[in-house]
Write a protein that binds this ligand. Sequence first.
Ligand code: SAH
Length: 253
Amino acid sequence: MLIETLSVFPEMFEPVMSTSILGRARSAGIFDFHAYDLRDWTHDRHRTVDDAPFGGGQGMLMKAPPIFEAVRSIASEGTCPHIIFFTPCGEPFKQDVAERLAGYERLLFVCGRYEGMDERAYELADERLSIGDYVLTGGELAAMVVTDAVVRLLPGALGDELSSVDESFSTAEGGGLLEYAQYTRPAEFEGNEVPPVLLSGDHAKVARWRRRNAIERTCRWRPDLIPAAELTDEERLYAEELLRRYHEDERIE
Ligand code: SAH
């Protein structure tokens, strides 16, 4: 996969793209990365990419022409990229979106700054994504978040092929839940013991405990995920019982 970014701060990306799993995946050729500088497509002495908004108001907006010129020139060579613009007004970025994006051969991320972009620039977008209901100073961090979430799904990136299946939010079979609680040595820490079943060596029992624990944690912390989670009839009854119980506890508190 080829991932490219277009922004006014291309230097922000390199440390993230060359560290840890992303760095290893990149060296191994699982993905390639390139950051373009939008100012390379300006034609004035000051390399201007922004201007004041029509109609007044605070701050500056990114101008449409350099973005059009840059995206057209980048996209004209090689495989046609899937083009994503980052904006708080975009579709919320979730694990299922990461799974979908992992299927593209080439992604181009366009990152805003200032008060955002001239609305006409979005005509270039195949989609608009938001990484959450808050406002960042620029789209670069959003591009890094999405790159990280997508690359770790690519075959070989994590080493252990299974490790991205059995995780929070995964849409794989039985998925859509938060991950179960995990523990490592020591078995007892400051009087706090790990659940004994995990030390039993009984794999079927461990799997059952983990499944129940994942349902319990999701009901407690992210009840909004339960309706879309893949549960058996029995598990759904259990989840509904837990949700009722947690709801009643809240009323008592
Ligand atoms: N005025 C805009 C915010 C602009 S923030 C508004 O109120 O909607 C500047 C840039 O940061 C945006 O163009 C976008 O690329 C990026 N950005 C900010 N918050 C973001 C978020 N939650 N998700 C993705 N990108 C974001």
